[in-house]
Design a protein around this ligand. Structure first.
Ligand SMILES: Nc1ncnc2c1ncn2[C@@H]1O[C@H](COP(=O)(O)OP(=O)(O)OP(=O)(O)O)[C@@H](O)[C@H]1O
Ligand SMILES: [Mg+2]
Length: 375
C-alpha cells in the first residue's frame, strides 16, 4: 500500500489573543464569527496583531478532511510541519508527500517543506520551493508575468520612506492601489489602500511600511470586474475550473469594489453570509476564453504544479489582468465557508475528496509514483 506523508500547519485551537489578533488569525477565506462595519473595524485591522503568524494555517477540520480524502489512496502518515519535521520525514520516508503546509517563518516559509522533501528525495505534491517563494513576493511575480507578456497592472515597489519620492514622481494615472508585498488573506488591504492623489499614496505607503515592515507594492487600480480561478493539472492536461466571479453589488452601499479585509472578514458573517460569489461566473464566451488564457499562461510561466488559484481583474479597457497567484490555495471543506477552489471544483462536478485526489494523482503521475488503495 502506498505510504502518503501529509504535511500541514495546524492552527492552535485555543489562542489567548485579543480581538484584533483574532480578526487577523483566521485562515484564508474563513468567514468571521464577529465584527461589524465601523470605523473601529478599520482600527481593528490596524491594531497590533501578535498572532499573525497563524493567519494562513489550517484548522483541524480542514486537516481531517484532507486526511480522509488521502486515505482512499493509501496509508496516511501525518507529518505536522514543526521543528521535528525534517527528522520525521527522514525516518518515515513516505512514497509521496501531500503538502498543504504554509510554513513557520519568513517570506520563504511556504518553500521550506518542499525544499526539505527535495533534500531527502521524497516526491511531493504541488509547486516547488522556487515557485512558492516567488508567488509570496507579489512584485517579483509581476516581473515574471510582465517579462512573459502576461497582463498585470503597472507597478512600483516602495522599499523605504526614501523610495517614496521616486515612486510618487512617476507619471501615474490615479487611482492607485497600495498593499504589502508579502502578505495574503487581505492582511493590510482595506478600502484605504485605494488612493486618489499623491498625498494619499504617501500616507498609506508610510503606514504600511511601518506596520508591516516590508516593501509596499503600488499598482494602477484595476477598475473592472474581479474573478478567481482554480487550476488543476499539469502541462497539456492543466485546466481552469469554472470561473468564480465576485459580485461587488453584494457589498454594503458605498463600499469600494474590492475583495479586501472588510469584505472577507467583517461583512461576510455566518449569520448573514455575503452573497459575493457566482460560479460559474456570468461572462461572455470571449471573456471566459481570455480569462482562462491569461490564467493558464500565468500558471505556466510561474511554474505552478498540480493545482493553484489565480486572481484576475479587468483593467479600464476590459482586459483580463493577473492580480496574484496562490500556489497553496485555501481548501476549506465546508461549502458554507465560501472557499473558492473547492467551490470551483464543485461547479465542475468534482467533490472535495475528488479535488484532493486530483491534486495527488497529478503529483503522482508527474513523479512516477504508483498510488495503491487502502485495504
Ligand atoms: N491593482 C489592483 N486594482 C484593484 N484592486 C486590487 C488590486 N490589487 C488588489 N486588489 C483588490 O484587493 C484584493 C486583495 O488583493 P490580493 O489578492 O493581492 O491580496 P491577498 O491578501 O493576497 O488575497 P488572498 O486572500 O487571495 O490571498 C483583491 O482581491 C482585489 O479586490
Ligand atoms: Mg487574492
Amino acid at each position: 500500500m502506498t505510504r502518503i506523508g501529509f504535511a500541514y500547519n495546524q492552527k492552535p485551537e485555543h489562542e489567548s489573543v485579543g480581538a484584533a489578533a483574532t480578526e487577523l488569525a483566521r485562515p484564508e477565506e474563513e468567514p468571521p464569527s464577529s465584527g461589524t462595519r465601523s470605523d473601529s473595524a478599520v482600527a481593528t485591522l490596524l491594531a497590533p496583531a501578535p498572532d499573525d503568524e497563524f493567519a494562513e494555517w489550517d484548522s483541524a477540520e480542514t486537516i481531517d478532511a484532507v486526511a480522509r480524502a488521502l486515505a482512499k489512496y493509501g496509508e496516511v502518515i501525518r507529518l505536522e510541519a514543526r521543528d521535528d519535521f525534517p527528522q520525521r520525514l527522514a525516518d518515515e520516508r513516505p512514497d509521496i508527500l501531500f503538502n498543504i503546509a504554509e510554513g513557520l517563518r519568513g517570506p520563504n516559509r511556504e518553500a521550506h517543506v518542499p525544499a526539505i522533501c527535495e533534500f531527502y528525495g521524497v516526491p511531493y505534491s504541488g509547486s516547488d520551493p522556487f515557485t512558492l517563494a516567488l508567488c509570496l513576493d507579489k512584485a517579483r511575480t509581476k516581473e515574471v508575468l510582465r517579462a512573459n507578456g502576461v497582463p498585470t497592472a503597472d507597478w512600483a515597489l516602495v522599499r523605504s520612506a526614501d523610495d517614496l519620492a521616486r515612486v510618487a514622481m512617476r507619471d501615474w494615472r490615479y487611482p492607485l492601489f497600495a498593499k504589502p508585498v508579502h502578505e495574503g488573506s487581505s492582511k493590510g488591504i482595506t478600502e484605504r489602500n485605494v488612493v486618489s492623489d499623491v498625498d494619499g499614496l504617501r500616507g498609506i505607503s508610510l503606514e504600511l511600511l511601518e506596520r508591516y515592515a516590508q516593501p509596499v507594492l503600488v499598482e494602477t487600480f484595476l477598475p473592472g470586474a474581479e474573478f478567481t480561478c482554480g487550476v488543476l493539472g499539469n502541462g497539456g492536461d492543466a485546466r481552469v475550473l469554472p470561473i468564480v466571479g465576485m459580485n461587488f453589488g453584494a457589498l454594503p452601499d458605498g463600499a469600494l469594489p474590492i475583495y479586501g479585509f472588510e469584505a472577507k472578514w467583517l461583512w461576510d458573517r455566518p449569520e448573514n453570509p455575503l452573497d459575493i460569489f457566482s460560479c460559474p461566473a456570468r461572462v461572455s464566451d470571449a471573456l471566459r476564453a481570455e480569462i482562462e488564457d491569461v490564467v493558464l499562461r500565468a500558471y505556466t510561466v510561474l511554474g505552478c504544479r498540480d493545482w493553484s488559484r489565480v486572481d484576475v481583474r479587468l483593467d479600464a479597457a476590459g482586459r483580463a489582468n493577473i492580480v496574484e497567484v496562490n500556489p497553496l490555495p485555501g481548501i476549506l471543506p465546508d461549502p458554507a465557508d465560501n472557499s473558492c477552489l473547492p467551490k470551483a471544483a464543485r461547479a465542475a462536478g468534482i467533490g472535495y475528496d475528488a479535488l484532493i485526489g486530483a491534486c495527488l494523482e497529478a503529483a503522482a503521475a508527474r513523479q512516477g509514483v504508483a498510488l495503491g488503495g487502502a485495504a
